[in-house]
Each structure stands twice: as C-alpha cells, then as structure tokens.
Design a protein around this ligand. Structure first.
Ligand code: NAG
Ligand code: NAG
Ligand code: NAG
Ligand code: NAG
Ligand code: NAG
Length: 699
C-alpha cells in the first residue's frame, strides 16, 4: 500500500486521479478521532481515546502503540477483544472500538494508532497522542555549586521537581517574566544568565504548569562582586600633620560580600581595631609614609589596594640662629644661619645675600667683598612647613673703644699688667698687639688672650713704665681701629674725704690716672690712735710717735677706690693720705686730707683764706676764660670722649665753690648711688695718648 502510494506520487497527475477514483469504488473505511487527536490526561484517571469510523460495518479494529499491536477486536463479535497481557488491567475496548485506559500511568503516554479493516475492504487508519501528566510537586530552583560572580561568562539556574512534568515553564526575576535575550537564555530546565552582574541579584521565580497542576519555586540569587574602586580618606584633611596630632584613615569599597579591610604601613602590616579605620593618635614623624588599605572579597578572593601618603612634620626646636664670622684672613664675611632638627629640615635662605643658595638646617654663605654690608641687617628666612621664622644679623665694623689697664702682683711678687682692648664689632674683632711698633708675639713675657682682646705683660718693670707705646689694633672684615697706650707709674690723680655727721666715720675716695700701674694702696693717717680701726699696725708700734707722723692703717687692693675709716674722735684732728703702689714700689702720695675741728684749715687752706675774696674772684675770672675754651675743645674731640673720673668732677665742683673747703669737716658723706654710673653720664676730653678707664667702681 505504501509502496503503491509512493509510486502514485511518482506518476502523472492523471494517474493520481485514476487511483483516487478506484479507491472510492473500493469503499475504503474512514476513521477519525472524536475530538482532538491529542489527549491530555492525568495519572490515575480513566481516559478514552475516542474514534469513529464509517464506510464499513463490523470491521476489525487494531490498536497499536509504537508499532506494536496492543488490542484487536472485531466490532460486534462475541469473542472478547484480544489485549496484550501487560495491558490487560489497563485497557478496555469500548463497543465502538474506542480505547479506554483505567488508572492511566505515566508510562502509557505516547503515540497510539488504530486501523479499521472491513471485509474485503481497504484499511482505515488514524492516530492519537496520549500525554499523561502527573501532578507537579516539589519544585525547587537550584543553582550550581559555584557562586554567581560578576563578570563570569554565564551563571545557570535550573529547576527540579519531585513529581510531574511541566507543560509550560515561566521564569521571573523580581516579579517580571524573563524572555530569551542576549542576557537570559532559557532552555529545558535551565535559565542561563549571560555575563552576570550585580544587577542580576534578586529574586528568581520559576512557575511550572500542566493542564492539571501548578508548581512554583523562589530563590534569591546574590551575584558576588567587588571590591570596587576603593575610597581612602584621611581625616582631618590636611597636607601634613604636626607631630602629636591625631588622624584617622578610613577605607572602603562596594562589594558583595562587603570587602574585608587590612592595613599596611610602608609595606608592613598594621593592626587596626576598627574595620576600615586606622586611628593614629599622637602622630610621630616616623609615622610619615605610605599607608595602604587592602580590600579583599573573602568569597571571590579578589583584592584591590589603595595607598595614601601621610606626612607628619615637626618643627625644629627653638628659633633659627644667625651669626657672622670673619673669614679669609679678615677679608671676607661668613654668614651662618642654623636651625637644626625638625622633620623635614627647615629651608634656610639669606635673600639679601643670595637668591640661589639654600640650606637645610644650616646655611653658610661667604661674602668676599663685604664692605657695603656694614650696618646692614641681614635676615635669614627659615621656612618650615610648620613654622616660618627669621633671624637677623648685622655686621658692624669696629666701633671706637678705649683700652683699659689693670695691674696686680703675682705669687712671686712680680707686677703683672693687663691691657684690654675690647672693641665692639660684629663679627668680633681680632686684636693685634704691638709694643713700640714691634709685634708682641715676637717678644718674650707677653701673652695675648685667646680672644686677642687682652695683653698680659708678666714681670712688668714699673721704673720703665713710660718707655713703650702699646698699640692695639682691632680688626674685623669691615674695618679696623687702633689705640695707643703709654703706661705710667703708680699715681693718684685726686682724693677726697667725706666725714659723717657725727664726725666718727670718714670715707676716703681717690682716683688714679687711667694708664697708671697700681696694684694697691696704703691708707695712712696722722693723728690720735684709732682704737677700732682694722689697721695694719705692724709698722707703727709707738702711739706717741704716731700722733705726729703718718702711719699706715689700711691696705687696699689695686682696684679699690675708697675706704671707710671708723672710730674717729669727733673732737680730734686727723690727716689722711693715700699712697699708690705698684708691687713694692710706691708712687707719689695723695694730698693731705684733714678732718676734725679746724682740721680743714691746712696750710693751703689758710693760704686760701688769706688770699680770701680776691682769690676767688680770680678763680671765677679764670673759669670764665677757661669754659669757652673747654667747650670748644669738647666739640672738637667729641668723637673720642672719655669718662671723667669722679675725682676730677669733684675737683671742678670744689673749684667753683671754694668756700666749701672751709666747711669741709661738715660735709655729708657722698651718696654714691646718685653717681651711678659715674663714668658714663659725664664725660670730658682727656689727652688721647693717655686714655682714662676706670678699672673698678669706687663704691
Ligand atoms: C475508573 O474505572 C474503574 C472501573 O470501571 C472504576 O473502578 C474507577 O473508580 C474509575 N476511576 C475514576 C477516577 O473514575
Ligand atoms: C528560548 O530559546 C530556547 C532555544 O534557544 C527555546 O528552547 C526556549 O523555548 C525559548 N524560551 C522562551 C521563553 O522563549
Ligand atoms: C529573598 O529576598 C527577599 C528580599 O529581597 C526577602 O524578603 C526574602 O525573605 C528572601 N528569601 C529568601 C529565601 O532568602
Ligand atoms: C628681623 O627683622 C625684621 C625686619 O627687618 C623684623 O620684622 C623681625 O622681627 C626681626 N627678627 C628678629 C628675630 O629680630
Ligand atoms: C728696671 O729698669 C731699670 C732701668 O732700665 C733697671 O735698672 C732695673 O734693673 C730694671 N728692673 C728689673 C727688675 O728688671
């Protein structure tokens, strides 16, 4: 039959027509399903594949499954249908030849066909599809053992059921139905997410249906990702921190799960108490450096790092110090600025001297031609991130100065003379010493102090004191200044006596010429015994003789300029005098200083009274003549003014009021405090060859 039809199809159109005509004549049975040829049924139910036929009566009906005959019966026959053994309990042939299933099972699903053959007739045929559905139960959405990770190729969800097959499956994501797309692909029981991203995190739902049941399952899917680009913040926001300050670093990044944070400082792990935060309190400079925050996704093992540099600075201690020194044999000036320490080191510049030179912590600059820097304030600018400071230094050439002379007796009884030339200059002047034009370094017995300001003459021969001129030349790179000194033997330039009101105590004061070599003074008295005076009475043993001769009652050191003598009898008359000494050699004694009733009336005083008024008029006249002259001289030599000794000052006072000589015994003791400092407030010209410098205060 099949072969025949196939030949038919290869025949001409006419042939085809002929065959159909013949078939119609042979009365071929027609078999049709009643209703759909696809029958859907549920497991356990009774179902019938209903068919109808025509064109034959009492035909033989055969049911086939998958080409195997399972039931045969001749309709209307009394012989029961023949049913294959294994279908005996399941299949029932109806009167009309339809096939009924009792308690249908899943395995009964499939293709069924039926042939209807009449007597001498052709065969009629049709087919059914039986689909047996079980109730859908136990739907589960599953995912592979691996996590879904952003950026992977695909991630697949699939479902399983305990029972039942779906006719339709629908996938939903967050309630919206999914379709096949470039991102989602559904086939069989799988949902593939192509290149999953964090946006695919959410609720997935599978809904399964068949005509008899419905099943669904929900699963939350988390797509792992990160760490993303981290943020690393330093708080507070500063370009640097000062040691002792506190700061905190915080680091974080998006990620699923949230990344874990660890810290490293200059490559070494640093523990942190709070995750994501690194707290630094009381920061120290050694905590400057690179801080790295390391973020790790503990599930995907993916890691990112981010670093930030923290600067902790510390100002150098104190302030910058400026100084200037002589260099290159007193020809050049060496400016120096120091501000050591600190982190980082301070940047030091002398903008006025050089714009190019910069020092860290220390700067040295030498100026070879420094003359125009005299008196100029030069600033060193010290730049440090924490502090900016400045120091100033002014170089000055040697100012005018006066040599000072002092003398003492050494342990061997030799007179030692020290001449000082302390010149104010910046940088300090170097003093070159010469004796009568000859450099003292080539002479023996001369010693120059380390700072060159003092010349020590050991074993000084007082009898040849005035023989030499001592020249000191103070030099610094900005200039030099010379002074000559001619020394002289022990001498007293003036002496005065001041009794107290009761006349029991007197104060002697005296002065010496500034270049005079004096190592001590003998205080001598002529008059009655002084019971309480602390005197050296070794030279005077007989009090009777003492009343008419001078005797030494006190020895004062070379720097002394006054002496108090107490225990005087106000009713007695005394004469005092001072003997200057250089070693054992005595100089000319001071004038006599009388005290006591009528004590002031020395021979000279009596002469003065005798001269009387005319004399004082003469003195006044002389003063009138001298004053303008002195004034003129003063003006001329203003550049070298010397402090006047108080004795000179007193002499002038005494001269202008000679009558005080008469009342000398009643004079009040001087209030020295009012005279302080006596040498500076008043000054008067003195010969430049013999500058006077007080070596000690007179109090
Ligand atoms: C199917 O048919 C059998 C026999 O006629 C009967 O016992 C059974 O209850 C029927 N089942 C259903 C679900 O109707
Ligand atoms: C998606 O496409 C697959 C074949 O690639 C197909 O089998 C499936 O039925 C489609 N699903 C939907 C919902 O269109
Ligand atoms: C899934 O996530 C939703 C919210 O996104 C939540 O309410 C639900 O409980 C989650 N379900 C499961 C099974 O984790
Ligand atoms: C240095 O001089 C400048 C001005 O010339 C002044 O402002 C500053 O206070 C001085 N600094 C010191 C430390 O004297
Ligand atoms: C001091 O100088 C004088 C005069 O030149 C001399 O006679 C005397 O011996 C010298 N004295 C000493 C201690 O050198």
């Amino acid at each position: 039959m099949t072969d025949f039809i196939s030949i038919d199809f290869h025949s001409t159109y006419f042939g085809l027509l002929l065959i159909f005509t013949i078939r119609g004549l042979l009365c071929e049975p027609i078999v049709k399903p009643i209703g759909s040829s696809v029958v859907k049924t549920q497991v356990g139910s009774n179902e019938t594949l209903r068919m109808t036929y025509s064109g034959v009566t009492t035909p033989q009906v055969s049911w086939w499954k998958d080409g195997v005959s399972i039931a045969v019966w001749t309709i209307g026959s009394t012989t029961p249908p023949q049913i294959v053994l294994q279908y005996e309990d399941v299949l029932v042939l109806e009167e009309d030849g339809s096939l009924s299933f009792i308690n249908v099972a899943l395995k009964h699903g499939g293709k069924y066909s039926i042939t209807v053959v009449g007597v001498g007739a052709e065969e009629g045929k049709t087919s059914f599809t039986l689909i047996v559905y079980d109730k859908i139960e136990g739907v589960t959405l599953q995912a592979g053992p691996k996590d879904a990770v952003e950026g992977d190729d695909t991630f697949t969800l699939y479902y399983t059921t305990l029972k039942g097959e779906a006719e339709f499956a629908q996938w939903f994501f967050n309630g919206e139905e999914l379709r096949n797309s470039s991102h989602h692909s559904m086939s069989e029981k799988n949902l593939s997410i192509i290149r999953p991203s964090r946006e695919d995190t959410g609720q997935y739902n599978i809904t399964l249906r068949n005509p008899f049941s419905f099943g669904t399952s929900i699963r939350n899917l988390t797509v792992l990702y990160g760490p993303d680009q981290p943020t690393l913040d330093v708080s507070p926001t500063k370009s640097f921190f000062v040691s002792g300050e506190s700061l905190s670093l915080s680091c974080g990044a998006q990620g699923e799960p949230l990344p874990s944070v660890s810290w490293a400082f200059n490559g070494q792990a640093v523990p942190s108490t709070r995750p994501g935060t690194l707290q630094i309190t009381n920061a120290q400079t050694n905590q400057s450096g690179a801080y790295t925050c390391m973020l790790k996704n503990d599930k995907t093992e993916s890691q990112v790092n981010k670093s930030v540099t923290v600067n902790v600075y510390e100002s150098p201690a104190g302030s910058p110090v400026c100084s200037v020194h002589a260099a290159d044999g007193n020809l050049a000036l060496h400016y120096r600025c120091e501000w050591p320490g600190g982190t980082p080191e301070a940047q030091l510049t002398f903008p006025a001297l050089s714009t190019a030179s910069m020092g860290l912590g220390e700067l040295n600059l030498t100026v070879d031609d420094p003359l125009d820097l005299d008196g100029m304030e030069v600033s060193c600018l010290a730049h440090h991130p924490v502090h900016q400071k400045q120091c100033n230094i002014t170089a000055r050439k040697t100012a005018g100065f006066l040599p000072s002379v002092s003398a003492m007796v050494d342990a061997d009884g030799r007179v030692v003379v020290v001449i000082g030339c302390v010149a104010e200059a910046t940088p300090n002047a170097t003093v070159i010493w010469a004796r009568s034009g000859q450099d003292v370094t080539s002479l023996t017995g001369y010693e120059v102090s380390d700072d060159t300001a003092w010349l020590r003459i050991g074993n000084f021969n007082v009898s040849t004191a005035g023989l030499h001129t001592y020249t000191c030349t103070a030099v610094n790179p900005l200039g030099s200044h010379s002074r000559d000194t001619v020394l002289s033997g022990p001498a007293i330039s003036d002496a005065s006596l001041f009794p107290n009101e009761e006349g029991t105590v007197i104060t002697l004061t005296w002065e010496v010429p500034s270049t005079s070599i004096v190592t001590g003074f003998d205080i001598q008295v002529k008059g009655p015994d002084l019971p309480h005076s602390s005197t050296t009475t070794t030279t005077v043993s007989h009090s009777q003789r003492a009343k008419t001769e001078y005797r030494t009652i006190m020895v004062r050191p070379g720097d002394s300029r006054s002496a108090d003598i107490s225990g005087l009898d106000p009713k007695s008359r005394y004469n005092f005098r001072v003997i200057p000494k250089a070693g054992r050699r005595a100089g000319k004694q001071s004038q006599q200083l009388p005290t006591g009733p009528g004590g002031g009336l020395s021979g000279a005083a009596i002469a003065g009274i005798a001269a009387g008024i005319p004399c004082s008029l003469l003195v006044l006249l002389l003063l009138c003549l001298i004053f303008p002259c002195v004034f003129y001289h003063k003006k001329r030599s203003r550049k070298a003014r010397y402090p006047v000794s108080r004795a000179v000052e007193k002499a002038v006072t005494t001269m202008s009021t000679p009558h005080q000589l008469l009342t000398g015994g009643l004079k009040l003791p001087p209030d020295y405090s009012n005279h302080q400092p006596p040498a500076i407030e008043r000054s008067a010209p003195l010969p430049s060859v013999a500058p006077a410098v007080r070596m000690a205060t007179t109090v």
